[in-house]
Design a protein around this ligand. Sequence first.
Ligand code: ZN
Length: 80
Amino acid sequence: MGLPKRRCPNCGDTEQHFRRLHDREQVFALSQATVRVHRADLHKFRRCTREGCVRVQSYFNWRLGFDLPEEFRAPARPPV
Ligand SMILES: [Zn+2]
């Protein structure tokens, strides 16, 4: 079972896997000003899982998105 693949403009417009936002990412999503995100729409926003990418965008519209700040730029997956 994989994550949905969506076009990521930060990854050279390649198809990447996107996952749901974690708590801290949701808090930032509500506070940033690039894209107006309503609390009820948080579940529609996903983050690119490619390592080093901080792109968050709507599951339904890859153009509707923003970048997380640098402190979120950590490895996407913890070591197994
Ligand atoms: Zn990406």
